[in-house]
Design a protein around this ligand. Structure first.
Ligand SMILES: NC(=O)c1ccc[n+]([C@@H]2O[C@H](COP(=O)([O-])OP(=O)(O)OC[C@H]3O[C@@H](n4cnc5c(N)ncnc54)[C@H](OP(=O)(O)O)[C@@H]3O)[C@@H](O)[C@H]2O)c1
Length: 233
């Protein structure tokens, strides 16, 4: 029997990351998922069951990331969907929140890859998460748009720097059934109405897209849009 694959999901305690962790565990693979909070990480790991492990650290504190990942062994798949939302307009700018989000996606994501590099194998693959706010800004999305745009370009440099390890990113549109939008049915309906086919992405769609990028040997350096065509209008 082949060795079970090992997965690390940074930001795996809720939303798309949790669903990806569940799907990988359902394939019989090993899962380490992370949260900012040890209790939430452990609760998510318990919910998945088997030998899933929960780990806590904060990507907005990048100097501590390597130490927090020190106990992890060989990694076949690294998925990084972590985000702190920042609705932050220029007129009413919260520097602290902007610094946290910029640090999480621009420094934290890269530092996780750096810290785990010696544990990734030539056949390993990495999936980062941006988002379609990079193409479709809205008032208050300045930092979100900037960091998700930067994920697009980060994928290109990382792909060259850490080859043959594969690096790809997913850019979802508004994921209607994700916890981020629970309680904001108006925004979900608006996105559905704007979308060319009246569809918006689901968490399950993002899981399928993540597994596709993790599993497909010729997917490398790609920025995969999962938005049901919303970005076209
Ligand atoms: N949902 C959407 O509609 C949508 C649309 C476009 C793009 N995206 C992108 O898709 C990805 C996943 O989104 P989601 O909606 O599934 O997110 P989510 O449900 O809010 O989950 C975010 C995850 O990140 C973790 N996290 C938050 N702050 C962190 C920090 N400072 N350090 C480390 N981990 C942290 C959270 O853990 P704890 O809270 O337990 O600490 C949680 O596990 C994100 O990158 C997001 O930008 C989502």
């Amino acid at each position: 029997m082949s060795e079970r694959k090992s997965n690390v999901i940074v930001g795996g305690s809720s939303g798309i990351g949790f669903a990806v962790a569940e799907a990988l565990a359902a394939r019989g693979e090993k899962v380490v998922l992370t949260s900012r909070d040890a209790g939430r990480a452990e609760a998510a790991a318990r919910k998945i069951g088997g030998d899933a492990i929960g780990l806590a650290f904060d990507l907005a504190e990048p100097h501590a990331i390597a130490g927090n990942l020190a106990g992890i062994g060989s990694v076949d798949h690294l998925v990084i969907p972590a985000v702190e939302r920042d609705r932050n307009s220029v007129k009413d700018y919260d520097v602290g929140r902007a610094i946290r989000l910029a640090t999480i996606k621009l420094v934290g994501y890269v530092e996780v890859v750096h810290a785990l590099l010696s544990r990734l194998t030539p056949d390993s693959s990495v999936v980062l998460f941006g988002g379609q706010a990079r193409e479709r800004p809205y008032p208050g999305s300045t930092t979100v748009t900037a960091v998700n745009g930067a994920v697009t370009t980060m994928v290109r440099t990382l792909t060259l720097e850490i080859a043959p390890i594969r690096v790809n990113a997913i850019h979802p549109g508004l994921v209607g059934d994700s916890p981020a939008w629970a309680g904001n049915a108006a925004a979900v309906d608006r996105a559905r109405l704007q979308s060319p086919g009246g569809r918006i992405p689901t968490t399950a769609d993002c899981v399928v897209a993540t597994l596709f990028l993790l599993d497909t040997a010729s997917m490398n350096g790609a920025n995969l849009v999962v938005d049901a065509g919303w970005g076209l209008v």
